[in-house]
Design a protein around this ligand. Structure first.
Ligand code: CO8
Length: 267
């Protein structure tokens, strides 16, 4: 798997415990000169990464993080805004949104391991992931209003769904940074980990997810995301139909049999 090589991405593959071929992908966005800001080239590399990830049955968990100590991602690349027309900006926003939606619909868990600044497009990328695990040094903001802009990669859409309208309006309209403990308190992140233990603990979390039935995790993602886009009754209908799909899977046979035989399931 060492053949995966995309500009501005550093990719490590970690073996999954008790599983011969399954892998955790640890992907670091790397543009140290710009605090890992999302240039067009970075977005193109992420798209190519997803092209492979979407087809690779060995992938169990994808972790996205920022290279270096200082930033996860400091936003979209502001330097590339200078020469952008309003039409091109709208198209860029649509492209970014479509790309981030692919992380949301990837049939595998995606963890954003936020190890520093997650600003603007960086926070928007993190929110398109299933889990956000923050290091104690993480800082979050939607600072677009300080640039005369608004979030364009899904920030005004996903933030209120995660933390509620009041806090989302506050973050987007002040542009102020919040620290990891505050992000945990308002439900923006799942967990906060001391910097020294960050990678080990994120990997431990990824190992745990890798032991769960991958098909079931994929259906859970689908049920939760689809359910938020429709009425309660419709959402229940989607859940019931996906429950039926889970029931016909070999994973269900193995999971139930393992319980009855008092052993760990092998998915
Ligand atoms: N884009 C481009 N370069 C950046 C960015 C960025 N977002 N952030 C930092 N850099 C560069 C700096 O310009 C600097 O480069 P240089 O040394 O060449 O001047 C280098 O990274 C280091 O940065 P600083 O010297 O500023 O480091 P500090 O520690 O002093 O400050 C901060 C760190 C607070 C993170 C500061 O760099 C900052 O405020 N960055 C900008 C954060 C921001 O506003 N992000 C939001 C961008 S807008 C956005 O994300 C919109 C998304 C939707 C787009 C829709 C499509 C159009």
């Amino acid at each position: 798997m060492s053949e995966l090589n995309f500009p501005h991405l550093k990719i490590e593959f970690h073996n999954v415990e008790n599983h011969e071929s399954a892998k955790i992908w640890w992907v670091s966005l790397s543009r140290p000169e710009a605090l890992n800001a999302l240039s067009r080239e970075v977005l193109s590399s992420l798209a190519q990464l997803l092209d492979v990830a979407e087809k690779d049955a060995r992938l169990r968990v994808l972790v996205l993080t920022g290279d270096g100590e200082k930033a996860f991602v400091a936003g979209a690349d502001i330097k590339q805004f200078e020469a952008m027309s309003p039409k091109a900006a709208e198209e860029f926003a649509r492209e970014g949104q479509a790309l981030f939606a692919r992380f949301e619909s990837l049939p595998r868990p995606v963890i954003a391991a936020v190890n520093g600044f997650a600003l603007g497009g960086g926070l928007e990328l993190a929110m398109a992931c299933d889990w956000i695990i923050a290091s104690e040094s993480a800082k979050f903001a939607l600072p677009e209003c300080t640039l005369g802009l608004i979030p364009g990669f899904g920030g005004t859409v996903r933030l209120p769904r995660r933390i509620g309208t009041a806090k989302a309006l506050e973050m987007a309209m002040t542009g102020s940074q919040i620290k990891a403990d505050e992000a945990l308190r308002i439900g923006l992140v799942n967990q906060v980990i001391p910097a020294a233990e960050f990678k080990a603990q994120v990997l431990a979390q990824a190992q745990l997810l890798s032991q769960r039935a991958p098909g079931a995790l994929s259906l859970i993602k689908k049920s939760i995301h689809s359910g938020q886009e429709c009425s309660l009754r419709e959402a229940e209908g989607i859940e019931a139909s996906l429950f039926g799909r889970a029931f016909e899977s070999p994973e269900r046979t193995e999971g139930v049999r393992a319980f009855l035989e008092k052993r760990k399931p092998q998915f």
